[in-house]
Design a protein. Sequence first.
Length: 107
Amino acid sequence: MYVTQKKNIMAQSKLDPKKLEEAASKLRAIAHPMRIAIIDMLEKKEQMNVTEIYEALKIEQASASHHLNILKTKGVLDSKRSGKKTFYYLKGDAVSQIADCINKCHS
């Protein structure tokens, strides 16, 4: 019964299941206190390398790299190499798109 209701709701509101899964995937990616902290830092500083991030958050380098990889894989962050360092930054308007999505769902 639940599956049928879900399909009916999606059909009525013309929701694209692929877009819903993408949105859910991004929300899962940012749903961690450390990842929220990384996003917050990158909103303020625009770009940072992994060393700056793990030192600022007082976590291990491997942990910072893990969180950065998740955010990058899910399309929230992007990166660019400069010499031996990789700099991470927010990808386009990924965060504002997530906020817009949440606001639309809330209204």
